[in-house]
Design a protein around this ligand. Sequence first.
Ligand SMILES: Nc1nc2c(ncn2[C@@H]2O[C@H](COP(=O)(O)OP(=O)(O)O)[C@@H](O)[C@H]2O)c(=O)[nH]1
Ligand SMILES: [Mg+2]
Length: 344
Amino acid sequence: MKIGLVGYQGSGKSTLFHWLTGVAPDPALAHTGQSAMAVIPEPRVERLCGVYHPKKVTRAALELVDTPGMSRTHEGNAARLAMIREAGCLVLVAAAFDDSDTLADLRSFDEDLLLADMEIVGNRIQRVEESLAKPLPRPEHLQLEHEHATLKVVLEVIESGRPLRESHMTEEQQKVTRAFRLLSEKPRLLIVNTADDESEPERFTSLSTPEATILAVPAGLELELSKMSAEDRTEFEREMGLVATDRDHLIRTLTNVSGQMIFFTAGDKEVRTWLLRKGGTALEAADNIHSDLARGFIRAEVMTVADLIRVGSERDIKAQHLMRQEPKDYVIQDDDIVFVRFSV
Ligand SMILES: Nc1nc2c(ncn2[C@@H]2O[C@H](COP(=O)(O)OP(=O)(O)O)[C@@H](O)[C@H]2O)c(=O)[nH]1
Ligand SMILES: [Mg+2]
C-alpha cells in the first residue's frame, strides 16, 4: 500500500519524507512524486533474535510517497489529485512553523478532497443518466439504475460535508465506488509541522478525534537532528532542553491508521516482520510471504512471541501445546509468529 504525504505547498511534506525514510527528495521527481520505504520499528524482533540467533533480520516497511503540494488557488491541482488517488492512505501535513493558520489549512484541505470526490461522483451520475436516456438491453438498464441510485446516496453524503471514511459505506456502495478511488474514503493521519521552539504542541494534538489522529512534529528540526551523530544529538537536545519526537511511535501509528498490522516469521535463518491488512487471514499472510505458499497452503502453525519468550524455545512451545494448528481462514492476531505448511 502506498501512503501519500499530502498537503499544501511548503507545509513540510518533503522534509518529513526525508526524515522518515532517510532518502533526500530529488528535485527531478518533485512533479511526479517520489517513493521510498520507512522501516517499521518493532522491539519484539530483538527478543526473537535472542531465541533464534538468526543469520538475517528483515523488517517490514511502509511505502511513503512524497507528492507535489496542492496549490491553495486550485491551479494545476487535477494532476496532483490523480497522484493522491493512487495512495491507500494519506498523511495530511499542515504547516505550523510559520504564520500559517494551521487548523484552517487542515479544514480547507479536507474540503478540497471532498470537492474532488463530489466532482467525480457527480460526473459519473451525469454519464449514467445520459446512458439511461437511451434504449438499452434490460439487464444493463437495471444495472445502471442500481448504480445511479447508489451513487445518488453517496453524493448526498459528500454534499453534506461528511468524508466517506466516516460514513460507514455499505458493501454495495463500496463496490460501486471502488474504481473511483475516492479521496475522502481513504484513512488518514494528520501531522502538524511545528516550529523548533513550539512550546505547546497540545494545542493541536488535543484536537485529535477517534476518526482523526493529530500528531505534532517539528519536522525541520528532526531532520537536522537525524543527521547528527548520537553524541552530538544528545548534547544538543540537553542544551536546548528538547524532547525528541518519538519516530517509532509515529511510524507505528501510521501502520495502524493505514489499516495494516505486522506478523512475524522466525527461524535460525531469518527473523522477519511482514505487513498484513488488519483482519487478514492465515491464507493472506501466506500469500504476502510468497504466492506459492498460498497456492499450496495446508495449514498455519501459529505461536505468540509472548509465549515463546516466556517458555524460551520452540521445543518447549510444542511440549506445552502452545503451537496452534490454524486453517486458511484463521484471522492473524497481533503477536502471532506464523509458519506455513504447504505442498508444492
Ligand atoms: N522552520 C521550519 N522550516 C521548515 C520546517 N519544515 C519545512 N520547513 C521549510 O519550509 C520549506 C518547505 O518545506 P518542504 O518540506 O519542501 O515543503 P513541501 O512543499 O510540503 O514539500 C523549506 O524551506 C523547509 O526548509 C520546519 O519544521 N521548521
Ligand atoms: Mg515537496
